[in-house]
Design a protein around this ligand. Structure first.
Ligand SMILES: Cc1cc2nc3c(=O)[nH]c(=O)nc-3n(C[C@H](O)[C@H](O)[C@H](O)COP(=O)(O)OP(=O)(O)OC[C@H]3O[C@@H](n4cnc5c(N)ncnc54)[C@H](O)[C@@H]3O)c2cc1C
Length: 393
C-alpha cells in the first residue's frame, strides 16, 4: 500500500495472487477500481444518503457491476468472490458505496433463489440495471437475533396474502422499490412457520412508519404493513420455507460482510502507515518508534488473517460447492472484530487529528460498528461455529 498526505491511498491487490482466485477476478477487480476512481464516487454526500444511494446504484448498474450481486436466473450462480472483491474495494473508499452495492444483492437474493419466473423477470433486471432499489426485511423490534419471535403475519385470503405488522432497521427502507419480506404464515411454530414475499413500495397497505438515523448514516427505516394485500404468486418458495430461504440468502452474502470489514481495515492500515512514515516525533517519525511498529505488525497480521478467512469461505462456496455456514461465520466474526480493532489502533496513531469530525479514522470508526451487529451479531456467529463443530464431531 502506498499513500501520500491528503490523497486516497491505493488498495493493494497482492492478495489476488492467492490460490482462491482465478484470472477473471483480477479483471473484475480492475473494473471495480475504475469505478472507485470515477466521478460517481466523487459526489458521495453523507448528509443526503437517499440521493447519494440512488445515484450510486444507478452508476453501479450502468457500469455493469451489479451483475456480480444480482443473478437474473439463479442466486446459486452468484460468484461470492466477486461480491467480496467489490465490497472490499468499495468499503476501502466509502462505506456508503459498499452499502449501495450490497443491498441490491441482499434485497434480491431470495427472489433469484426461489422466485417464480414471472417475478424474477419483473424485478431482477431492474435491480441489476440500478433503476430499482431493493431491501431485505427480516428483523423486527422484538425479533432480531431471535428470528423465531417474528410477529409480522401473512394470512391467505383467496388468491391473495394479507400482511400485517412491522419490520425495523430495514436498510434502504424509504427508498427501495422492492422489498423481500419475511412474515409468519403459521405452518409450524418458530422458524418453520415463516414464508417469504415480494412487496412493492406502492402496494396498498405498505408504508414507512419511521426513518431511523444511525451513527454511519444510510437509508434505514421501520416499515409497516396494514392490511397489505398482495397476489399469492408473490410468495417465494413453499409456505413455511421463508426462514430457510432467508438463511440461504444470508449464506451467499455473509462472507461479503467480512469483505467489507476487510476493506475498512485495509484503509485504516494504509492511512496509519502513511501517517506513521510522515509524522515527526521525538526527533524521528512515529513509525520509527517500536511501539508503533508493534501496532502496525498486529494490524497487518489481523488484516491478512481476516482476508484469508473471508476468501476461504467464498472460495469454498464457489469452487468446492460446499456449505459455508461455519466458514462464513468465522470470517464475519473475525473480520468485523479485527477491523474494529485495526481502526481503533489507526485512530490512536493519529492522536487528536484522528477523532476530528471528518477525519478518515473518525468515519471508519463509525462505519465499521454496525457490521458487528447485523446479519448475525458476533455472539450469534460464535454459537453457529460451535454448533457446527459439535454436529460434526
Ligand atoms: C445499520 C443496521 C442495518 C440493518 N439492516 C437490516 C436489514 O436491511 N434487514 C434486516 O432484516 N435487518 C437489518 N438490521 C437488523 C439487524 O439484523 C439486527 O439488529 C440484528 O440481527 C440484531 O438484532 P437486535 O438488534 O434485535 O439485537 P438483539 O437480538 O436484541 O441482540 C442484542 C445483542 O445481544 C447479543 N446476543 C445475541 N444473541 C445472543 C446470545 N445467544 N447470547 C448472548 N448474547 C447474545 C448480541 O451482542 C446482540 O448484539 C440492521 C441493523 C443495523 C444496526
Amino acid at each position: 500500500m502506498t499513500t501520500a498526505p491528503d490523497s486516497v491511498p491505493s488498495l493493494s491487490r497482492d492478495h489476488l495472487a492467492w490460490p482462491f482466485f482465478d484470472k477473471s477476478h483480477a479483471v473484475f477487480a480492475a473494473r471495480i477500481d475504475a469505478f472507485a476512481a470515477s466521478p460517481a464516487m466523487a459526489v458521495i454526500d453523507h448528509h443526503d444518503v437517499d440521493t447519494t444511494c440512488r445515484t450510486l446504484v444507478r452508476a453501479l448498474g450502468q457500469a455493469g457491476l451489479l451483475d456480480a450481486a444480482v443473478s437474473v436466473t439463479n442466486g446459486d450462480a452468484i460468484d461470492s468472490r466477486r461480491v467480496c472483491i467489490a465490497r472490499e474495494t468499495l468499503a476501502f473508499h466509502d462505506g456508503l458505496a459498499d452499502f449501495a452495492f450490497a443491498m441490491q444483492g441482499l434485497g434480491t437474493g431470495a427472489i433469484s433463489l426461489s422466485g417464480s419466473d414471472e417475478i424474477k423477470a419483473l424485478v431482477l433486471p431492474k435491480v441489476r440495471a440500478g433503476t430499482w432499489l431493493a431491501a431485505f426485511a427480516l428483523s423486527e423490534k422484538l425479533a432480531g437475533s431471535d428470528v423465531a419471535a417474528m410477529a409480522c403475519a401473512a394470512r391467505l385470503d383467496g388468491d391473495h396474502y394479507v400482511l400485517d405488522g412491522e419490520k425495523t432497521w430495514i436498510s434502504n427502507g424509504g427508498i427501495a422499490d422492492v422489498y423481500t419480506v419475511f412474515a409468519r404464515t403459521g405452518e409450524a411454530p418458530g422458524t418453520r412457520g415463516i414464508s417469504a414475499f415480494v412487496v412493492f413500495a406502492d402496494d396498498p397497505g405498505f408504508s414507512i412508519a419511521e426513518r431511523i438515523d444511525v451513527m454511519a448514516p444510510h437509508p434505514l427505516a421501520t416499515i409497516r404493513f396494514t392490511n397489505c394485500r398482495i397476489p399469492a404468486g408473490r410468495r417465494l418458495g413453499a409456505p413455511g420455507e421463508g426462514f430457510k430461504i432467508a438463511m440461504r440468502t444470508l449464506d451467499i452474502f455473509r462472507a461479503s460482510v467480512a469483505a467489507a470489514a476487510v476493506g475498512f481495515a485495509r484503509r485504516a492500515l494504509a492511512e496509519a502507515l502513511g501517517h506513521a512514515k510522515t509524522r515527526p516525533m521525538f526527533g524521528a517519525t512515529l513509525g520509527d518508534l517500536q511501539l508503533t511498529q508493534a501496532a502496525l505488525g498486529d494490524m497487518a497480521t489481523g488484516v491478512d488473517a481476516a482476508a484469508l478467512l473471508t476468501y476461504r469461505a467464498a472460495w469454498r462456496r464457489d469452487v468446492q460447492k460446499l456449505p459455508t455456514t461455519s466458514e462464513a461465520a468465522m470470517a464475519k466474526m473475525t473480520a468485523t472484530e479485527t477491523a474494529q480493532a485495526v481502526i481503533d489502533r489507526a485512530m490512536q496513531m493519529f492522536g487528536g487529528r484522528g477523532v476530528e469530525v471528518g477525519a478518515i479514522t473518525e468515519r471508519l470508526y463509525r462505519e465499521i460498528r454496525a457490521l458487528r451487529i447485523y446479519e448475525g451479531a458476533t455472539e450469534v456467529q460464535k454459537l453457529i461455529i460451535a454448533r457446527e463443530l459439535l454436529k460434526k464431531s
